[in-house]
Design a protein around this ligand. Structure first.
Ligand code: PGA
Length: 236
């Protein structure tokens, strides 16, 4: 399974390095065979000699150039970063990234062979509008995306569940995941208020191939427990 931590705008480089070292130590000493991904804040990227896959939370579709405030390929290459998060709801909703821009990013980093974690998910109003309208909204987020790309991972994250402590029911998660698997066979993660208390149940659902964790991942110990759950489920 794939267990991913989105550290968002948290942890300095020093703190991030300590965090990654703690995860690395856990993964090695427990013979973990799960894929563990960590997305640090942009200025916390570094040379990490680790079994953990370190990715970037964002980058502009460019090698370099005049794009104030953005990272380009050269900044990722400096640290051998080959994994990127695209379409996270905070990028879509706080920073207004359009589907058109996301498709540009997707294609640029796909052509470079990056592992892409592509996020989709509906706001509360769409969920409340009923399944048909909700699925139409999510389907629009697949437009222009190569759903057969070999290094693609998709994350389903309901916007209203991110950082709120609210989650869909387990049945609802399984239901949406089953529908989304029809659109792409890529590994499908669930994200949105995954905690140490619900991770095991979520990871046990059909068509859930892993989790993308924000707030709860900031506690290395909690995140390691979630990695352990995935390992146990796969061992059984
Ligand atoms: P959360 O964030 O776990 O804090 O809800 C998840 C995410 O934004 O990926």
């Amino acid at each position: 399974m794939i267990i991913a931590a989105n550290l968002k705008t948290n942890f300095t480089r020093k703190e991030t390095n300590a965090y990654i070292a703690e995860l690395d130590n856990f993964v090695k000493s427990n013979s973990v065979s799960q894929e563990v991904l960590v997305f640090p804040a942009p200025s916390s990227l570094d040379d990490n000699a680790t079994d953990i896959v370190v990715g970037t939370q964002n980058a502009y579709p460019t090698k370099e150039g005049a794009f104030t405030g953005e990272l380009g390929l050269v900044h990722l290459e400096e640290f051998s970063i080959k994994t990127i998060l695209i379409g996270h709801s905070e990028r879509r909703h706080i920073f207004g990234e359009t589907q058109e821009l996301l498709v540009k990013k997707f294609n640029f980093y796909k052509d470079l062979g990056f592992k892409i974690v592509y996020c989709v998910g509906e706001p509360l109003a769409k969920r409340e509008a009923g399944k048909e309208e909700m699925m139409e909204y999510i389907s629009a987020q697949y437009e222009g995306i190569d759903t057969e790309y070999e290094n693609l991972i998709i994350a389903y994250e309901p916007v209203w569940a991110i950082g709120t402590g609210l989650t869909p029911t387990l049945e609802d998660i399984e239901d949406v995941h089953t529908a989304l698997k029809e659109k792409s066979k890529a590994p499908l993660l669930y994200g949105g208020s995954v905690k140490v208390t619900n991770a095991k149940e979520v990871l046990s659902l059909n068509n859930v191939d892993g989790i993308l964790v924000g707030s709860a991942a900031l506690y290395a110990e909690h995140f390691c427990s979630m990695i352990q759950f995935a390992q146990e489920i796969e061992n059984n």
